[in-house]
Design a protein around this ligand. Structure first.
Ligand code: HEM
Length: 536
């Protein structure tokens, strides 16, 4: 009797009007303490941006993490810690701090964190790409296989594909612009250029149709949506587990997962069918599937396929078309004139279209490619990393298991490293007489491809795609502003982006005019490329 009366009396005590408010506050406080725990405790001696319970610094970083983190760095220093929901994140915001953490500490900073929306929802059946995989034996094997297939000599052997695809895009641009009479949006031509190149490399299957090809449009659309699920800024449910319970929270990710699964499985079955019929063409996944010694299982072959389809799809066209936009501006006219002069000096016989397949002799175009990768910073917050060993930063020890975000935009617009970073200036990357920025030509030129142990393994391929496209576009066309004011591009790296909190830049639509420089010559270059690639 006495035992059953005791709890009742405690309840009665707590529910007294003068006690209840204190009791509720205590309950709330304890609940907050439990929910509000971060994966990694506060790191001592590392500046911290003060945040609020549950959300941490999500509101301060807002819908443009790159710009807002750069502003926070002015107050808290180049490297600081924030809390995004229950995650502790170390942000690096300057060129030097990225170099120290990503390059000097590359063996420690080799893994990637997993995030709920992308890893648990979108990737539950097809698995992760290489760039989203934590470091383990499987990731190592996939990365090695893909890196071997994308190394410099391998990429040289793919130049016929780049020859074919760039010819095809320029030919279609000529036709759609009615040889310069109509302004056009260059984006779809370069989306096909990038995707068809990757599909040919990986599956031996190219996009046969024009830019309205339905498979092209489906893949471009779905991969863009999925890249937003990968963004470190858009999905608050990644950081606040309670938000995952919100009805409908997973509907969109699940829809796109299904749509992606459909074309990924179709591409793999097409390849397997061709292998069975003996009609397949040499390609990366085909080589793995046919190799009896291959150490990769089916899931790993799918992961390489996912990587090849997605990795260059937003990045190559984003860089290409935004520099085409810039070239149409008044300063862009000067850059085109300079580039053309340099190309004509090296290739007085007008054979640059063919020679660029074997050599990269025009230093000015190489510099234009580098400046493109810096200025447009198409992945403003680089793919996230996680350290597998403690890392020292000043007096702080950042424990293994912490997530790191590289503010590539902040590093590219760091005035202590780049002179006049807001100017688009290929000259800063010329090695001789270095006109305006000596520091940029030493060591790592930019972080467009990331840095260190998990740096982009597609950079040789992407560089060749960009170099070939710029050289061919500049020799074929005078790129001029559009006729209508409303079609004019926005020429700053943040203003031009439809989706500043996405993983990759999504350029706002614009048009340019393309005046053919010498129709006879362009027709000849197109014919020759067609002849060279007729068996592809
Ligand atoms: C201009 C085009 C491209 C840009 C700007 C770009 C940029 C990047 C960046 C910033 C990273 C993260 C690196 C890091 O964490 O340090 C990355 C990773 C990666 N990229 Fe690219 N990329 C491009 C094209 C490509 C292409 C064409 C491919 C392959 C076909 C590719 C394959 C990869 C892979 C596999 C990774 C993951 C590496 C890893 O996690 O170990 N990329 N890329």
């Amino acid at each position: 009797m006495a035992q059953s009366a005791e709890p009742q009396s405690i309840t009665a005590f707590l529910f007294q009007p003068q006690i209840l408010p204190f009791f509720l506050i205590a309950v709330l406080f304890t609940a907050l303490k439990i929910i509000d725990k971060t994966d990694v405790p506060k790191i001592k001696n590392l500046p911290e941006v003060p945040g609020i319970p549950i959300f941490g610094n999500l509101f301060q970083l807002g819908d443009n993490h790159a710009i807002n983190a750069q502003k926070l760095a002015q107050k808290h220093g180049p490297v600081f810690q924030v809390r995004l929901g229950n995650r502790r994140i170390v942000f690096a915001n300057t060129f030097e701090s990225v170099k120290n953490l990503w390059i000097t500490n590359q063996s420690a900073l080799i893994s990637r964190p997993t995030l709920h929306t992308f890893h648990t929802v979108v990737s539950s059946s097809e698995g992760f790409t290489i760039g989203t995989s934590p470091w383990d034996e499987s990731c190592k094997a996939r990365r090695k296989a893909a890196a071997t297939a994308l190394n410099r000599p391998a990429v040289q052997s793919y130049m016929p594909i780049i020859d074919y695809e760039s010819k095809k895009s320029i030919k279609e641009m000529l036709e759609k612009s009615k040889y310069g009479d109509v302004d056009i949006d260059p984006n779809p031509y370069f989306q096909r250029y990038a995707l068809s190149t990757s599909l040919t490399l990986n599956y031996g299957i190219k996009i046969e149709g024009n830019v309205d090809d339905s498979m092209l449009q489906e893949i471009v659309h779905v991969e863009r949506e999925i890249s937003n699920f990968r963004s470190t800024a858009t999905n608050w449910a990644d950081y606040i587990p309670l938000m995952r319970l919100w009805p409908g929270n997973n509907d969109k990710p699940l829809e796109y997962k299904k749509r992606r699964g459909a074309y990924m499985n179709r591409l793999l079955s097409m390849l397997k069918e061709r292998i069975a019929n003996g009609t397949d063409k040499p390609c990366i996944s085909g080589n793995v599937l046919k190799d009896p010694e291959a150490k990769l299982n089916d899931a790993e072959v799918m992961s390489i396929g996912l990587t090849m389809v997605s990795a260059g799809l937003d990045t190559v066209p984003g860089n290409l078309i935004m520099t085409v936009a810039y070239l149409s501006s008044p300063h862009g006219q000067e850059i085109q004139a300079r580039a053309l002069e340099e190309i004509n000096k090296i290739y007085p016989e007008n054979d640059s279209w063919e020679r660029c397949l074997h050599e990269e002799k025009c230093e000015y175009i190489t510099a234009l490619v580098k400046e493109t990768l810096r200025y447009w910073s198409v992945i403003p917050i680089c793919l996230p990393r996680k350290n597998i060993k403690d890392i020292k930063w000043g007096d702080a020890t950042i424990p293994a298991g912490t997530s790191f975000y590289m503010n590539a935009y902040g590093a590219h617009y760091d005035t202590s490293h780049f002179k006049s970073p807001f100017e688009f200036s290929p000259d800063r990357y010329l090695t001789d007489k270095t006109l305006d920025d000596a520091s940029a030509t030493r060591g790592t030129p930019h972080y467009g491809y990331g840095a260190g142990s998990r740096m982009c393994i597609g950079s040789h391929l992407a560089n060749r795609e960009l170099y070939t496209a710029f050289l061919r576009l500049i020799t074929a066309f005078e790129i001029v502003p559009p006729r209508q004011k409303r079609d004019e591009p926005i020429l700053d790296c943040m203003g031009c982006n439809k989706l500043p909190n996405g993983l990759t830049m999504d350029p706002k639509p614009f048009k340019v005019g393309l005046r053919v420089r010498n129709r006879e010559l362009v027709d000849r270059w197109l014919r020759e490329a067609e002849e060279r690639t007729k068996d592809l």
